[in-house]
Design a protein around this ligand. Sequence first.
Ligand SMILES: [Zn+2]
Length: 376
Amino acid sequence: MEPLFCPNPRCSHHNDRLQEYNGYWRKIGFHDTLVVGPVQRFRCNACGKTYSERTFSIQYYTKRTIDLKEIHRGLTQGECISAIARHLGCTLESVQNRIDRLGRASIAAQARILEGFTAGEHMVADGFESFDRSQYHPCHHNIIVGKSSQFLYGSTHVTLRRKGRMTASQRSMRSHLEQRWKPPRGGLSAAFRELMKGFLRYWDQTVMEGLQLWTDEHPVYPQAIASLPSLRLAMAEGRFEHRTHPSQAPRGLLNPLFSVNYYDRELRKDLAAFHRESTCFTRNVANGLMRIRLYLIYHNYQKRYRMRPLWLPFSHAQAAGVPAFKIREGMKGYYTDRPFLSKLSLNDEEIKIWMKAHHTPLKERKEYIPKYALAS
Ligand SMILES: [Zn+2]
């Protein structure tokens, strides 16, 4: 193996491509590891830092090699974390650690594939309802999906205050819990705004004039849209239109919200955390969001687009017009290479998920972020 760039984010050769780094590094022997035997070490001539071939591996710093493809397959096919751990003969923590690695690789892959991409279809957005930790902490996973491709452009998460019918004891339990932790006010509007902000980078107004965004009639969406100056202006000038459809309407193919209904149904069916009456619900928000990123990769790039004849390989990404070579290049090394945050251009929500900065209700301690996941 020969290094293509220096892994030190502060080195002038960190962003080298192909052969540019040639001649700026040298081999400095091997070190022995229990997990993969001897490992080649290198020194960068430019910054003097040393590193090894493992520095570039998604398995960097692991003490045991676990089959990441198997974890990805199990997770996206309805298996819960403990079933995957039992099957692979490892601990729950090891499985979550590998999911975190794949979660970051998923964020990196989607960012690489969509670099410079512009959407060519109308959009549908929705809030997928679930809960974090217990039914006292309902949440929305806001999603934005291509209206004809069912390609997932992005998602954001927000924990909400429990509302609706409750018994007297449930109500007193809620106020007891709220003394310890309360979801921030206006969270739903802020999360939807973040979703739209993240999507805007894929909308070139000169290419796709008259973009329609379809949602249900939730009153928060118009507020969130109006809070984004660029969307407000585009709306006033007739280049953007927010159209609504009742959420109670029959959920067939002709329903304009079909794409989000379809994605919601698939999430509910394929991720153990979202099965009805599941014991595998999300206990830790940051961990749960990593799993959703693994699902995004499966849905967008690996799963077959549903309306295609079975003998044609065709993904939701291709249906959205993403060139096949971009998918191939962006997915290269997904299960093997370590993604570097410093080499990616991510939106705020993606950075938050990467850094595990989403808060779990009632949890006081921050999530642990290993050094290898940070920018430097
Ligand atoms: Zn260097």
